[in-house]
Design a protein around this ligand. Sequence first.
Ligand code: 13P
Length: 258
Amino acid sequence: MKKSVRKAIIAGNWKMNKTRPEAKALLEEIKPLVANAAGNVEVIACVPFTNLETAMTVTEGSNVKIGAENVHFEKSGAFTGEISADMLIELGVEYVVIGHSERRQYFGETDETVNKRTKAALAAGLKPIVCVGELKWERECGITEEVVGKQVKLDLFDVSAEDAKKTVIAYEPVWAIGTGLTATPDQAEEVCAFIRATLAKMYDEATAEAITIQYGGSMNAANCAELLAKPNIDGGLIGGASLKAADFNVIVQAAVNG
Ligand code: 13P
């Protein structure tokens, strides 16, 4: 199986941005621009919980899919402030970002909770976008592969091959997020290839070849084509540039043409 048969996925991660009217306006702008990607490239907007219902309504009948930015692992109960997978499914949400470095860094997310969230999301029928990536000093110490390999193994622990194929892995080197510092295409490819090799050991070659691996971290209109041209980079998880319709569209078109 080759890159051409894997699904290319370009996903915006809006983080804590956009009120409902702003979300509506941005999605209305994005929709016609990316309409030609249908069937070829999956286009997703992962939006704050408060924007999900609006986003579902605005994108109905279009090829823009909607994702959430987190999900809790319990089905229901006394977890103030949390949102369950069933609540997201009921809204029609298809994807969910799990284990973003900002959640690991600021909100006590661990590989154990990432694993629990991933399994809960899959059990409910959501497609998880599981984020992994090394810190700057871990790269400087030369332990990028140890760190990322451990995250992939722990985050997907006890996830079946069938479910792993529904999971997207986003390689997001933490030092490249929101910093304007992008991993070079070769650095990004090296780690994405390593992630695929790790998946092949955990599952088998065919499963690893079927899993979409994204790069994230200051991906923008200027650098996306070179990154997306790499054999193991199947898409992007985009923060800042996903908040501007024109820039986001350049990235989508790079995937369409790639
Ligand atoms: P930036 O594209 O703003 O660097 O953010 C990347 C990211 O964290 C996507 O999840």
